[in-house]
Design a protein around this ligand. Structure first.
Ligand SMILES: [Fe+2]
Length: 243
């Protein structure tokens, strides 16, 4: 069976649709979302409807949490704050209801899923350094920890005694029997790794192979919607450079 694993759609429906087309072509059966379906972009309701339609198992991201508990939006930078305020004012009751029922963590098959960090999940720490990764190892019990939040795909492996660890580069890797992994799914709707294409993962449990995928989408259309909605212009233009 194939799993479609993705994160940080950020209300970018055009990007999400292209990802879903590939999932359909690849006959993906199960979907996992590491949070931040909303925030920044212009189409939160349509993105949430799609997440519901494909029955993706989804955790709470910091942008969802800011809708549920608006005082946490005060921690956001000015642009993110303006965008989440726009979301709070414009999202449907049904979308907000969906968001309010998300949990910080889900466990499914070989996966634990958190948005930012398995350590203090409600604080949404960024997992970037080797130190951050090693700290996270103590907070999940499955073979794989899936995270998002940084908008940059990344793969970290380690063995049981934590003496052998490191990063894996490339767009395809095999899950070794005696290793555990922390995998950052990158971002569908606002990549920040200098690649403007939507980023997402596919895992095939028959071959034990993970794929990090990218797909082009209609960025101009997404930008137009952001500008027409009156959201901060920088949120449109950053999509062009993938930062
Ligand atoms: Fe995010």
């Amino acid at each position: 069976m194939k799993y479609g694993i993705f994160s940080d759609v950020h209300s970018n429906y055009d990007a999400f649709l292209e990802v879903l087309k590939i999932y359909e072509k690849e006959k993906v059966k199960k979907f996992i979302c590491a949070g931040d379906i909303i925030g920044y972009g212009a189409e939160p309701d349509r993105c949430i409807e799609k997440v519901k339609e494909i029955k993706a198992l989804c955790v709470m991201g910091n942008h969802e949490y800011a809708i549920k508990n608006f005082k946490t939006a005060e921690l956001f930078n000015d642009t993110a704050y303006l965008a989440i305020k726009w979301h709070a004012d414009n999202m449907s009751y049904l979308s907000k209801n969906f968001i309010n029922n998300l949990d910080f963590n889900i466990t499914e098959d070989i996966f634990s899923v958190f948005h930012g960090s398995a350590f203090e999940p409600e604080k949404f720490h960024y997992v970037l350094s080797t130190e951050n990764y090693l700290e996270n190892l103590n907070y999940f019990n499955t073979k794989v920890l899936i995270i998002g939040h940084t908008h940059m795909p990344d793969v970290f492996y380690f063995n049981e005694n934590k003496k052998n660890y490191g990063r894996i580069t490339g767009d395809k890797f095999f899950l070794e029997k005696d290793l555990k992994y922390i995998i950052n799914a990158g971002s569908v709707g606002q990549p920040r790794d200098n690649d403007k294409r939507a980023c997402f993962l596919i895992y095939d449990d028959e071959t034990n192979i993970f794929y990090i995928k990218r797909v082009e989408y209609d960025i101009e259309n997404s930008m137009k919607k952001i500008l027409n909605a009156g959201l901060p212009e920088v949120l449109a233009y950053r999509l062009l450079s993938g930062i």
